[in-house]
Design a protein around this ligand. Sequence first.
Ligand code: 5GP
Ligand code: MG
Length: 225
Amino acid sequence: MARSSDEAPDYGRGVVILDNWPGYDLNLFTYPQHYYGDLDSVLIPHGIIVDRIERLAKDIMKDIGNCDIMVLCVLKGGYKFCADLVEHLKNISRNSDRFVSMKVDFIRLKSYKNDQSMGEMQIIGGEDLSTLAGKNVLIVEDVVGTGRTMTALLGNIRNYKPNMIKVASLLVKRTSRCDGFRPDYVGFEIPNVFVVGYALDYNEYFRDLNHICVINEHGKEKYRV
Ligand code: 5GP
Ligand code: MG
C-alpha cells in the first residue's frame, strides 16, 4: 500500500493492495470452522470493507445524489456489497436536505466455473430490463476481473436506453487481460488472485465468510465441481 511521494494518488483505483501484500494471518481473525485449511490469508478484513463502502456511498451521493437512482445489483456475489452500499446511501440521504428516491433491482449472470472465466456471459435471472428506460442506473458488481462480464452487461443495458449508467465494483483485479474497462467507483484494486468471502463464492462455497480471503489449492480442490 506504499506509494512514492512524487506520484499523485489515483483515487479512482480505490484502495490499492499491492502484489507483495501478504495479507493478514487467518489466526488473527474469526471465520467459519468448516473453512479451516481451505484459505491462504485474509486479503481484506470485513471491517475495512464496510468502512470503504461508507466512503463510496458518500462519493456516489456527491456525484448523482441529485437524481433518483435505480440500483441494479449483480447477484449473487454483489449482494453483500449492494446491501451495505444501499444502507449507507439511505443514511446519507436521510440525513441530508435532498431525499433521494432509490429503487433496487437484481440481475444474475454467470461467467465462472471453478476459478476460470468461461468467455461468454449467461444471464440467468432478472426483471424486465425495459423498465430501465430513462432511469439513472447504478450497477453494483462484486469484482471486475477481465472486464468481459461488465462490458457485455453494459452493452446489453444500453439497449434499454437508460438516462445514465454508473458502475460500482467492490473489487477490481490488476490483470493484463483487462480490456480497459474501469468502473466509476472502485472499492479496492487487488492482485490477480481468486478471492472469496463477503458473498463472493467458489462454486457456491465461502459466501458465508465475512472477510475477503484468498483461497488455497486445498480449498480449490475440495470444492471443485
Ligand atoms: P470478468 O468477466 O471481469 O473476468 O469477471 C467478472 C465476474 O467473474 C465477476 O462478476 C465475478 O462474479 C467473477 N469473478 C472474477 N474474479 C473473481 C474472484 O476472484 N472471485 C470470485 N468469487 N468471483 C470472481
Ligand atoms: Mg459478479
